[in-house]
Design a protein around this ligand. Structure first.
Ligand code: HAM
Length: 425
């Protein structure tokens, strides 16, 4: 029988140990920043009833039309793997009675989301989102806070070349009249759109503004700007948000064509772009969604939030050559000669680990030279060497792997030696 190796499905990624330092670094920055802003963690199910996304994200969106992983469970209920966090967070807010909590209710999550997209650089079928939501408050100062969390995170991570793109897409009272104007403009250009947008003209005309294809770009250039058509309330909200951004020295670009791909947005929308991964590949996107709770059968509850893809952040950290701390490597390697020394090493390792010193040993029965080669490759700072001679005299050799030479010390002095050098926590 020929053996065929099984590989992972298209568009998913194994995160290998070499990349782990990036992931731990990002997660530690996230934890520090959500604590600073006092957001509480919420863990949500990875699947929900399909109707949640059909109603919440919107039937005419790419996500619901083409990208959901949907299946019937054994009871015949239509289930969907979560393609994003916002609808699930608002569902939990309503279901768990969070409306009675002190507002705004500030929540964050992290975990995998699933979208059947065409895989390419930075675009996967399973990716990991850091998601933040603040519910129950209409104040534009909260939009600013949400954008500041993203800003602080990317600054803490060491990025310098990111741009904030912002827009306001109005509300139920001003958007319909804008859409009429927009459709009038489109009518003067019928037949000039790409196939996808010909379809969007009917079920999601706003999304045409987002199209990157040259033929559509020509039409979009002359389209009316939504932020010029806002009702007084939306205009006031947007102007106040911009004042907060200006007063705090935040650089942003007013992007009249930024409309986002999910139907629930009202007023503020924003994205963070990097030149490195192209305008299509935002590292972060979000906005306000004041009508979503009602769409999902809850009480009127304004909300604002964003999500950022961790795979894209890792990609950018690497592209920009940002060095991240490696807190995962062992500090001490034990090498030995002979079975008695090995027996001693196993004992010492247990003691070291009890004291909180990350330490490892050589396995098998290789020469001392081969063990030292391994120590080098493992990237440890120190190697403790015990041969037959050392064993009989109750001493060890400690070799500093980064060039400070080798010393011979008594076993009793080993822990104080490492304490002095900051290896013992
Ligand atoms: P989104 O723009 O669809 O927004 O996704 C947020 C972020 O997830 C993107 O900016 C990107 O970094 C990452 N991302 C999206 N799709 C992929 C993919 N296929 N592969 C890798 N990374 C990806 C939302 O999901 C909204 N729920 C955000 C939000 C929260 N709005 C308000 N609150």
């Amino acid at each position: 029988m020929t053996k065929i190796a099984i590989t992972s499905p298209k568009g998913v990624k194994d995160i290998l140990p070499d990349d782990e330092k990036y992931w731990s670094y990002i997660k530690s920055c996230i934890q520090r920043i959500v604590n600073l802003y006092d957001y509480k963690r919420i863990d949500l199910p990875v699947f929900e009833e399909t109707v949640l996304y059909q109603r919440g994200v919107g039937k005419g969106t790419d996500i619901v039309e083409k990208e959901m992983y949907t299946f019937k469970d054994k009871a015949g209920t239509s289930i969907t793997l979560r393609p994003e966090f916002t609808a699930g967070t608002v569902r939990a807010y309503i279901q768990q009675g969070m409306a009675s909590m002190l507002k705004p209710v500030k929540l964050w999550s992290i975990g995998p989301v699933f979208r059947y997209e065409r895989p390419q650089a930075g675009r996967f079928r399973q990716h990991t989102q850091f998601n933040v939501e603040a519910l129950g408050e209409i104040d534009p100062a909260l939009d600013f806070e949400i954008m500041s969390i993203a800003y602080d995170l990317f600054t803490a991570l060491g990025f310098k070349n990111l741009t904030f793109q912002i827009n306001s897409i109005g509300c139920q009272s001003c958007r319909p009249s804008y859409l009429k104007k927009l459709i009038r403009h489109y009518r003067n250009h019928s037949g000039e759109f790409c196939d996808e947008c010909e379809r969007r003209l009917k079920n999601n005309p706003l999304r045409v503004l987002d199209c990157k294809r040259a033929e559509c770009q020509r039409v979009i250039e002359g389209a009316p700007a939504i932020y010029e058509e806002l009702c007084p309330e939306c205009r006031d909200h947007f102007e106040t948000l911009k004042k907060y951004l200006d007063r705090n020295g935040r650089i942003y670009r007013l992007n009249r064509n930024l409309v986002r791909g999910l139907d629930y947005y009202t007023k503020t929308v924003f994205e963070v772009w990097s030149e490195e991964i192209g305008a299509q590949n935002a590292v972060c996107g979000g906005g306000r969604y004041d009508g979503l709770a009602e769409i999902l059968g809850g009480p009127p509850t304004p909300g604002v939030g964003f999500a950022s893809g961790l795979e894209r952040i890792v990609m950018l950290l690497k592209k920009e050559d940002i060095s991240v701390p490696d807190t995962n490597s062992a500090a001490v390697f034990f090498a030995y000669q002979g079975q008695d020394a090995k027996m001693r090493v196993v004992e010492m390792l247990a003691d070291f680990r009890e004291r909180g010193i990350s330490s490892i040993m050589a396995f098998g029965s290789r020469s001392l030279k081969a063990q030292l080669r391994e120590a080098n490759r493992r990237g440890v700072e120190y190697t403790v060497i015990i041969g037959e001679d050392e064993l009989s005299k109750d001493i060890v050799q400690v070799k500093h792997m980064k060039g400070e030479g080798q010393v011979s010390i008594s076993v009793n002095d080993l822990i104080p030696f490492f304490k002095e050098r900051g290896v013992v926590p």
